[in-house]
Design a protein around this ligand. Structure first.
Ligand code: S3P
Length: 445
C-alpha cells in the first residue's frame, strides 16, 4: 500500500494524544503467559495489531480460550503447562519475529509436532539464535538452511524432556532470553542466561507477576525450571501500557516541528516507561529534546507515564554502544530527528538493524538520501550530518517495514515536503491507528 503525503505546513497546539496503542512486546507476552497460566487473566489495551493478533490466534489454536469483553478487555483462560493440544494446521506468525521466537520456546516443550512459519520477511529472519540454545536444552527443531542460517518455516518435534542450560548470548536479545525462559518452564534444572548488555525485561516482569521466581543479576537472568505460572489475582485487569516505540513517532514529530509549528506542547498519555525501553527517549533527551514526564504511575505489570513534548533545538550526538540494544527499534525515527539537528548523529555497533523486519541501515540510508540529507553508511551503523538544508519531495519504498514507513511519513511532515511512501500496509503490524491519529492532529492525507 502506498501513502501519498501532500506537502503541508503542519501546526500543532496543545494536542493530547490518548490513543497510542498498547505495547507490542508486552501484548505478545500477555497472550503467551496468559495462555500458560492455570487460571484466567484479563488485560486492557492489548495491542490489536496484526503481529499480536497472530500470536493470540496461535495460543487459541493451541487451546487457550480467548474472549473479548464488550469494553475491549481481553480475557484469556490459560490451560496450564500441560493443557495445550496439537493444532489442526501449521501456525502462522505473519510478520512477527517476536512471535515466532517466543513461541518456538513454548512449542519446543509440547508433546506434539508443530510447524511454524510466516510471511516472506519472516522466512528470511535468522532463527539460529533461538534454535541452537533450545536444541542444547534437548529440543528438536529444524528449519530452512539459508547461507548457514536457520530460517522459518520451523518444524518443532516433541521430545521427552527439556533440560536447563547456561547460555552466553553473544548479542543482548530479549527475544532469545524470552524463548529460553519460556522453554525453561518445562525444563529440569536451571536456566541461566548471561548477556553482554541490557535488553527489554518484559518477560521477567510478567513471569514474576505470575509467581515464577526469576532472579536477575546485572544483565544476567536465572530461573529454576519446572515452575508453573499462576495469576495471583484473576479478577484484576492488567493494564498494558501504550507502546513507547510507537509513541516515538509522535514525540519526534513534536520535537522537529520547531516553535513556530508546535505551540504549547503536545501530550502523550499512558506511555510505558520501563527503564529497559527508554534509551530512545534518553537519546532524544541528550539531543536537547524538551520531553517531560508529567505523571508517573506504577500499575501491576509495568511503569507508565504521561509525556509532554515541547518544541526543541536539537543537537546531534554519538549514541553509546550500551544504548544500542535498548534503543534498537527506535533508530529509523531517531534518524529523522537527526536530520533536524545540528552536527553529526553517529550510531555504531548496531549490525542487528540489518536483520530486523528489513535491513534498516539500508532503509535509513535510502530514506535520508531520498529527502536530500547527508548520511554515511557503515556495516554496523550510520552517520547523519544535520541539519537537512534543502529538503525535497521524495519517494521511498519501506520494504514492508512498519517502522521505516512511519519514519518516512514523519520526515515528510517535519520537512514540509510531499512523500510517496510504499509498503505502508506494514504499519498495521504494530500501529493500526497510525493514520487515524495523523488525521486527528490535522494532517492532510
Ligand atoms: C523484542 C525485542 C527486540 C526488538 C523487537 C521486540 C521483544 O529484539 O527489536 O522489536 O519483544 O522481545 P531483540 O531480541 O534483538 O532484543
Amino acid at each position: 500500500m502506498r501513502a501519498i503525503i501532500p506537502a503541508q505546513e503542519l501546526q500543532l497546539s496543545s494536542h493530547v494524544l490518548d490513543a497510542i496503542p498498547g505495547d507490542k512486546s508486552i501484548s505478545h507476552r500477555a497472550a503467551i503467559l496468559g495462555s500458560l497460566a492455570d487460571n484466567v487473566s484479563r488485560f486492557s489495551h492489548f495491542l490489536r495489531s496484526e503481529d499480536c493478533m497472530n500470536t493470540l490466534r496461535i495460543v487459541a489454536c493451541l487451546g487457550a480460550v480467548v474472549t473479548w469483553e464488550p469494553n475491549g478487555e481481553l480475557r484469556i483462560e490459560g490451560q496450564g503447562l500441560t493443557g495445550f493440544s496439537k493444532p489442526e494446521s501449521w501456525l502462522d506468525v505473519g510478520n512477527s519475529g517476536t512471535g515466532i521466537r517466543l513461541l518456538t520456546g513454548v512449542l519446543a516443550a509440547q508433546p506434539f509436532q508443530t510447524r511454524v512459519a510466516g510471511d516472506e520477511s519472516i522466512s528470511k529472519r535468522p532463527m539460529r539464535r533461538v534454535v541452537d540454545p533450545l536444541m542444547k536444552m534437548g529440543a528438536d527443531i529444524s528449519g530452512e538452511l539459508r547461507d548457514g542460517e536457520i530460517c522459518p518455516p520451523l518444524l518443532v518435534k516433541p521430545v521427552s524432556q527439556l533440560t536447563g542450560i547456561e547460555w552466553n548470548m553473544p548479542v543482548a536479545s530479549a527475544q532469545v532470553k524470552s524463548a529460553l525462559l519460556l522453554a525453561g518452564l518445562w525444563a529440569t534444572g536451571e536456566v541461566s542466561i548471561l548477556s553482554p548488555g541490557v535488553s527489554r525485561d518484559h518477560t521477567e516482569r510478567m513471569l514474576k507477576y505470575y509467581g515464577v521466581d526469576v532472579i536477575t543479576s546485572g544483565f544476567d537472568v536465572y530461573m529454576q525450571g519446572g515452575q508453573r505460572p499462576h495469576n495471583p489475582n484473576p479478577d484484576a485487569v492488567l493494564r498494558i501500557p501504550a507502546d513507547v516505540s510507537s509513541a516515538m513517532f509522535f514525540i519526534v514529530l513534536g520535537a522537529i516541528l520547531g516553535p513556530d509549528r508546535l505551540k504549547d506542547g503536545m501530550r502523550l498519555n499512558g506511555i510505558g516507561v520501563n527503564p529497559t525501553r527508554v534509551a530512545g527517549l534518553a537519546i532524544l533527551d541528550a539531543m536537547n529534546a524538551d520531553i517531560t514526564r508529567v505523571y508517573d504511575d506504577a500499575p501491576a505489570l509495568e511503569p507508565i507515564s504521561d509525556l509532554e513534548i515541547n518544541a526543541s533545538d536539537l543537537e546531534n550526538v554519538t549514541v553509546s554502544l550500551e544504548q544500542v540494544p535498548n534503543a534498537i527499534d527506535e533508530f529509523p525515527i531517531l534518524a529523522v530527528a537527526a536530520l533536524f539537528a545540528d552536527g553529526d548523529f553517529i550510531v555504531r555497533g548496531a549490525a542487528e538493524l540489518r536483520v530486523k523486519e528489513s535491513d534498516r541501515i539500508d532503509g535509513i540510508v535510502r530514506m535520508v538520501r531520498a529527502v536530500g540529507g547527508e548520511i554515511e553508511e557503515y556495516d554496523d551503523g550510520f552517520k547523519i550530518s544535520g541539519p537537512l538544508e534543502n529538503p525535497r519531495d521524495f519517494a521511498f519504498d519501506a520494504h514492508h517495514d512498519h517502522r521505516l514507513a512511519m519514519s518516512a511519513i514523519v520526515l515528510a511532515l517535519g520537512a514540509g515536503v510531499k512523500a510517496d511512501v510504499d509498503g505502508c500496509e506494514s504499519i498495521a503490524t504494530s500501529f493500526p491507528n497510525f493514520f487515524d491519529i495523523l488525521t486527528d492532529i490535522g494532517v492532510s492525507l
